[in-house]
Design a protein around this ligand. Structure first.
Ligand code: PRP
Length: 184
């Protein structure tokens, strides 16, 4: 039976099983890359929180976690281009090998800003892991080192991704019905 979240979903783009399998692959790749190091997994809130939780458990190396909260959409469907830090780093990242964990790379505005920000704060290296990549919407020349799935230019929600702060708790990646966002 469809619940009150699922009735707003047009179609499922990435199933729970596909997510689990791909996150396992990404975690294994990161473990190989960082086996002799202690990377700092840096989740970009809010969207990354589900992916982050699964990715660190799929990567059996010594590591620690940190978060930064930013927003650039402010409940709009198109990036404003201005990135606002809502919650800043709580630790020194000087000399650290970072794994930036993002739910989606879209215009690239967020990651372009964050790469400069973290390098200015003294990061030794930056590896970008994004669950989803929408290359068709790119405005900034930024790419990820690890991509879970390339997705078309559709309004995707679930597994951390929202529309107006909702749908983050769907266990899969779905496409929102157009009537849901055209009525607000
Ligand atoms: C989303 C997403 C990324 C960013 C990607 O964040 O989580 O951080 O947009 O888009 P871009 O490549 O066009 O910059 P959002 O600002 O919606 O905040 P949220 O993570 O709290 O949902």
């Amino acid at each position: 039976m469809r619940n009150e979240l699922e009735k707003d979903i047009l179609k499922i783009l990435v199933t729970e099983e596909e997510l689990k399998a791909r996150v396992t692959e990404l975690g294994t790749a990161l473990a190989e890359k960082f086996q002799d190091q202690t990377p700092l997994f840096l989740g970009v809130l809010k969207g990354s929180f589900v992916f982050m939780a699964d990715l660190v458990r799929a990567c059996p190396v010594k590591s620690d976690v940190e978060f930064i909260a930013v927003s650039s959409y402010q409940n709009a469907t198109v990036s404003s281009g201005r990135v606002k830090i809502n919650h800043d780093l709580q630790q020194d990242i000087t000399g650290r090998n970072l794994v930036i964990v993002e739910d989606i790379l879209d215009s690239g505005n967020t990651l372009a800003f964050l790469k400069d920000y973290f390098m200015a704060k003294g990061a030794a290296s930056i590896t970008i892991a994004t669950l989803l990549d929408k290359p068709s919407r790119r405005e900034k020349a930024v790419s990820a080192d690890l991509v879970g799935f390339e997705v078309p230019d559709e309004f995707v929600v679930g597994y951390g991704l929202d529309y107006c702060q909702r749908y983050r708790n769907l266990p899969y990646i779905g496409v929102l019905k157009p009537e849901v966002y055209s009525h607000t």
